[in-house]
Write a protein of this length. Structure first.
Length: 692
């Protein structure tokens, strides 16, 4: 297989393609008008820096995601539709605003004198303190003088650069190193943690988010006094500035807030933020193709909308911490599939009315057919978290005289991970709720439901004792939604999606040599973006089985299963039309491919691009980082990165990954299936791809 077989040499650069995308989509035209013009157009174009992908996994309210949410609220408050214009390099944000590519910058932008000379700022939307960040084990840096002889890495366009230059005048032995402008602060901090960089700087609100998943870092010291962050606007838009300032002041966004609120729903409505404690897992909250999804997340988001609050997800470090953090006021609700138990209710916790029911089920390896009733557990070892409701159920069985070993699993392990260890032989048996086990059984055949231990047990959200109004509002919400249309669609999306149990549709080419009903479209758009059309046909079969009406559990649509938000960013309004769906999918694959320019082999690069298409660019990058840490070749897919990607479903790895939990065995199977089908297609058609 030659390099040209999968990808032609003629390529657009990522930056050129981005400019073409912006120029070709609504909101990408140059326009410098004030609020009146925006109202005529009906859109507010919000300039934001492109990170790993449009959505990362905010564990404690990522400052960029916060500003995007608030900017969207502002747009809606004045009757405008928010349109996000992604800018590849941070230094291009202000030039893009001045040129008229956007109307407002919402990017955790620190107000500096240099920036004030170029643009106008709103009243403050927040406050930050710049901090020096070093590796956790590096105790040699405690003050500015300790930076002498060290390399401090930051982007020239960042607010830190000016602060560091001023520090360098006092301590000339400090060496400042400019990071690439397309590298965001989180990537730079990852470089510090891995030893690629020596020292860096970050705003405290971002440092808190990064240190939550990157324990290899610590804050050495603060660089100075608090500084204001604000939204950036052109000086020629005074009416827009007035509307923004009025909105920000009314919402009191710039005020410093405590991190703990032990209040009821009145306080939530006043600050307009609902803090939901949960876990990062397949049944609660995770990132899929750049979208934040999950059963608990979807329900919580709907509840937040109904009470007029912005949803902020807080991921606790383990299951045991959920209720502790709730009692401490670090969150308002626990939404994590908690089973209602007397033991939990006795901990100053109030449970809502149930919104789900599950059956506690013993999980064993497939070949284990010895378990039929509880007494068959005698002589076996069952591993569950001590904080789980399963522990109480199993303790009661022991009290009944059934002699088996009850072993505690690490509290940071989710039930899915414990099941995986049972499948691998590390643990003997475990217990899982039926809906969680259903997700696992949909994609694996090495475990089975051995027997049930309970009738249906209720799941509920939890609030602090004393939050009676919040509990009542949640009860009303669940009473209204339970088994209604929204609930049923959401539940089925995550726990009963037929796409997750496999399909038996044949993938063989027809006798006429056609691969699909859309071969002409495939040839046109694959050729336009330099791909082998047979490869895209194999991908299309894997994505939709050639069904243009296919819809994924998370809302991806069309022949190549493109997320609606991705399609809009590509300048394609709808992907339900087959041609638009093919165009969007191939164009997105092309963009992902171009972002992987550090991979020299074109053949390897396409496998990585397909993996990113399936799991998300961010999860792929987490996999490559992990591969490097484990001594693997980060530029080889099969046998290298593909070997370590599945580890991102295990908490000891995903808890330190930027994008969090990923069932990354799925992209491994996805790429393997596409390669096998592609090889079958090329062999069946007996046609070689012409060189270009």
């Amino acid at each position: 297989m030659t390099r040209r077989t999968l990808r032609t040499a003629a390529r657009l650069s990522w930056s050129a393609l981005l400019l073409a995308t912006l120029a070709g989509c609504e909101g990408g035209d140059l326009e410098t008008g004030d609020l009146g013009i925006l109202l005529e157009r009906g859109e507010l174009r919000v300039l934001v820096p492109r990170r790993g992908e449009a959505d990362v996994l905010p564990r404690h309210g990522h400052p960029f995601d916060y500003e995007l949410d608030v900017a969207a609220s502002f747009a809606e408050s004045v009757g405008l539709e928010p349109v996000y214009v992604w800018v590849d390099e941070h230094e291009d944000l202000i030039p893009a605003l001045i040129e008229g590519r956007g109307d407002l910058i919402a990017a955790n932008l620190t107000v500096t004198p240099e920036r004030r000379r170029q643009i106008t700022f709103s009243v403050p939307v927040g406050h930050v303190r710049e901090q020096i960040i070093v590796r956790a084990e590096d105790e040699s840096i405690q003050s500015p003088a300790d930076l002498e002889g060290r390399q401090v890495v930051a982007r020239r366009s960042s607010s830190f650069w000016g602060t560091l230059e001023a520090l360098q005048t006092q301590h000339p032995e400090i060496e400042l190193v400019a990071a690439p402008e397309d590298m965001d602060t989180e990537e730079i901090l990852y470089g510090v943690a891995t030893g690629e960089f020596d020292v860096s700087a970050a705003d405290d609100n971002l440092a808190v988010e990064v240190l939550a998943y990157q324990p290899g870092l610590r804050v050495a010291f603060d660089l100075g006094e608090e500084r204001e962050t604000a939204w950036g606007l052109r000086a020629s838009t005074p009416r827009l500035l007035e509307a923004v300032d009025r909105f920000v002041q009314r919402r009191n966004l710039g005020a410093r807030r405590p991190t703990r609120y032990p209040d009821d729903i009145d306080g939530i409505r006043e600050r307009k933020v609902l803090r939901v404690l949960t876990r990062n897992s397949a049944s609660t909250y995770f990132v899929w193709r750049g979208e934040l999804v999950g059963f608990e997340y979807d329900l919580a988001r709907r509840f937040a909308e109904l009470i007029g609050a912005r949803l902020e997800i807080i991921v606790a470090p383990n299951r045991a911490a959920l209720l502790t953090w709730l009692r401490q006021g670090r969150g308002d609700i626990v939404a994590a599939g908690l089973t209602v138990t007397e033991e939990r209710a006795a901990q100053d916790i109030v449970f809502s009315r149930p919104y789900n029911y599950a059956i506690e089920t013993v999980v064993a390896r497939t070949a284990d057919s010895t378990l039929h009733e509880p007494r068959d557990l005698a002589g076996r070892t069952v591993v569950v978290r001590r904080s789980s409701a399963y522990w109480n159920t199993l303790t009661r069985l022991q009290d009944m005289g059934i002699e088996f070993e009850l072993a505690p699993a690490p509290e940071e392990l989710e039930t899915e991970e414990i099941i995986d260890r049972v499948a691998g032989g590390e643990y003997d048996l475990t217990v899982a709720d039926s809906h969680i086990l259903g997700i696992e059984l949909a994609w694996r055949d090495d475990i089975h439901a051995a027997m049930t231990l309970s009738d249906s047990v209720p799941h509920a959200w939890a609030v602090r004792a004393g939050s009676e109004k919040l509990a009542a509002a949640i009860d009303a919400f669940h009473r209204s939604e339970y088994r209604g249309l929204f609930f049923n669609v959401t539940y089925n999306r995550y726990f009963k999606d037929p796409a997750r149990i496999g399909e038996s549709v044949s993938a063989r080419p027809s006798a006429s040599g056609e691969l699909s009903p859309y071969d002409d479209l495939l040839k046109e758009y694959a050729g336009r973006y330099g791909f082998d059309w047979r490869l895209i046909a194999a991908q299309m079969y894997q994505e939709s089985r050639f069904d243009p009406k296919a819809r994924s559990f998370a809302g991806a649509l069309g022949l190549l299963q493109v997320m609606p938000g991705t399609a809009r960013e590509l300048g394609i309004a709808s992907v339900s039309d087959p041609e638009a769906g093919v165009h969007a999918g191939v164009k997105y694959l092309s963009q992902v491919y171009d972002r992987l320019e550090d991979i020299e082999s074109e053949e390897e690069r396409i496998w990585f691009a397909l993996a990113a298409y399936n799991a998300g660019y961010g999860h792929l990058q987490d996999g490559r980082r992990l591969a490097r840490e484990l001594g693997r070749d980060t530029d080889i897919w099969f046998g290298e990165v593909a070997q370590v990607m599945p580890l991102l479903a295990r908490s000891e790895y995903y808890s330190h990954a930027r994008y969090g939990y990923c069932r990354c065995s799925e992209p491994v199977r996805y790429v393997r299936a596409i390669r096998q089908l592609y090889q079958a297609y090329t062999a069946a058609l007996e046609v070689s791809q012409p060189a270009r």
